[in-house]
Design a protein around this ligand. Structure first.
Ligand SMILES: Cc1cc2nc3c(=O)[nH]c(=O)nc-3n(C[C@H](O)[C@H](O)[C@H](O)COP(=O)(O)OP(=O)(O)OC[C@H]3O[C@@H](n4cnc5c(N)ncnc54)[C@H](O)[C@@H]3O)c2cc1C
Length: 477
């Protein structure tokens, strides 16, 4: 490998967006270099975000035996005293495996990996500052993809000590399981961690300055989640703002603008994220960011500089691993003129709270706002044999169906396997299918998938009742 090399593509950042851009370009026969900081191969996704948080959740669900308590009683535990070491063991095992897999994928595709901090010298040149001076180098590339992701937003005046006051990237290193905890921010990450710590037995207080949470989801599902979390000793403080966090050797005191004070052993901030663009020297390439460090791109992920693309969280919404991956692939295709479809508008949302939430398509609020006539059908897990077998009596699946042409408009799921099940609805919707398909489909029994059929029959019974009324009225006239 030469110290200054001409590449077809240089990718800065090896998270899902960067990886997939690099691999897609390599598959097109292009020479590719990826630049990534030390200990961060795989990005936020593999190291501090998606993968460790989902593994932690899995470890907590297993060790607490929480999902089995409907069967065996509230005192059921797989492990009596869960320690941070139990949790770290599983997360670091999975993270290491994932990083190895990504490293192997890059190698297999003959992609050169440069460890260090990348910054622009000009629109075709990237300087890499390696961990030691001997590893500094300059790379030139015809095209460049910026996939540098985000970092947690930290409010001024809060002393993040990495011990008791932490942000969502640091929380994985908490070396004790707090008996009480404040979570600032009721976004997806805040709610996921609030439910994980509540499952571990921590008394969690969630402070959120807005009056609601997850308001892009179905309100009925969010209500069910709030009920469930309250039942696990989570307290919500909506419409409240944190003004101060004091730390002592034994705990923290969070003061709210309303004057309330909350004593807790730890505080986790998950109050938004900003683009990691500070160190990139974007100006040298003719680029700039918005006030949250994000890069503006067009529908092909191209920035205002023709040969520079940007993908993933650093370009903003929806800031998910799945979308970042596809943006990366598409950016590489667009750069090298490979024909590609636009990214589908039909994207599922998954929230790995306990219980989990997932949906695809429209919400009832949106359909009502847009005056789209629809009918809904619900299946409750407690009425499914699989729900009984698995001990999930709270889960539910809701279908929203157009009363004009019976197409599926939305699927909203709360409970076991929600993030997997949603893809059935997504596939039907993606293929323009109607509720009739779900009514007629024969599904494995006993499964959670059966919820689709039950909900579809529920919708059809309601549609039929309305049609019957109209038919009788016509006959009377
Ligand atoms: C706690 C948490 C849980 C999440 N859970 C989910 C989930 O369940 N499902 C889901 O779809 N998404 C989830 N996400 C979001 C998901 O992690 C992101 O959408 C995804 O990681 C974004 O990918 P990316 O390609 O933008 O890069 P990122 O994964 O953000 O990685 C960017 C990389 O760029 C590197 N970098 C930055 N600047 C430079 C530089 N100057 N030089 C070299 N390298 C640089 C960084 O070191 C980093 O490794 C979660 C996020 C968090 C924080």
């Amino acid at each position: 490998m030469a110290t200054a090399t001409e590449y077809d593509l240089i990718v800065i950042g090896s998270g899902p967006g960067g990886q997939k851009a690099a691999v897609a370009a390599a598959k097109l026969g292009k020479t590719v270099a990826v630049v990534e900081r030390r200990h961060m191969i795989g990005g936020v996704c593999a190291n501090t975000g998606t993968i460790p948080s989902k593994t932690l959740r899995e470890a907590v669900l297993h060790l607490t035996g929480m999902n089995q308590r409907e069967m065996y009683g509230a005192s059921y535990r797989v492990k009596e005293k869960i320690t941070p070491a139990d949790l770290h063991q599983r997360t670091s095992h999975v993270v290491n495996r994932e990083v190895e897999t990504i490293r192997d994928q890059l190698m297999r595709n003959k992609i050169d990996l440069f460890v260090g901090l990348g910054s622009f010298v000009d629109a075709n040149t990237v300087r890499v500052e390696g961990p030691v001076e001997a590893e500094h180098r300059t790379l030139t590339g015809e095209y460049i993809v910026i996939a540098t992701g985000t970092s947690p937003r930290r409010p001024d005046g809060v002393d993040f000590d990495r011990e008791r006051v932490l942000d969502s990237d640091e929380i994985l290193h908490l070396d004790f399981i707090p008996t009480s905890m404040v979570v600032v921010g009721a976004g997806v990450i805040g709610i996921e961690y609030a439910s994980i710590f509540a499952a571990l037995g921590s008394k969690v207080t969630v402070v959120e300055k807005r009056e609601t949470m997850l308001d892009f989801c179905d309100p009925e599902v969010v209500e069910a989640l709030r009920f469930h979390l309250r039942d696990s000793a989570v307290t919500f403080r909506f419409g409240e703002e944190v003004t101060d966090v004091d730390v002592s050797s034994t705990g923290t005191l969070t003061t709210l603008a309303s004057g309330k004070q909350i004593a807790a052993e730890a505080v986790m901030y998950s109050a938004g994220r900003t683009g990691q663009t500070d160190g990139l020297d974007l100006a040298a390439a003719g680029l700039s960011t918005d006030d949250r460090g994000r890069i503006v791109v067009d529908e092909h992920y191209r920035t205002k500089v023709h040969n520079i693309f940007s993908v993933g969280d650093v370009i903003g919404f929806p800031a998910l691993a799945a979308t970042s991956m596809d943006q990366g692939r598409l950016a590489a295709y667009h750069a090298f003129g490979e024909p590609a479809h636009d990214m589908t508008a039909l994207q599922p949302i998954g929230i790995y709270s306990i219980p989990e939430v997932s949906f695809v398509g429209a919400t009832e609020v949106e359909l009502t706002r847009d005056a789209v006539p629809y009918e809904f059908g619900i299946s409750r897990y407690r009425e499914l044999a699989r729900g009984q077998i698995s001990g999930d009596s709270y889960g539910m699946l809701k279908l929203l169906v157009s009363t004009e042409d019976r197409t599926l408009l939305g699927v909203h799921i709360f409970g076991s396997s929600a993030t997997e099940l949603v893809h059935i609805g997504q596939t039907v919707m993606g293929c323009g299918g109607t509720v009739d398909y779900l009514v007629d489909a024969v599904l494995n029994y006993p499964t959670f998938s059966e919820a689709y059929k039950v909900a579809a029959l529920d919708v059809m019974n309601k549609i039929r009742a309305v049609e019957k009324f109209h038919a009788e009225a016509t006959a009377r006239d």
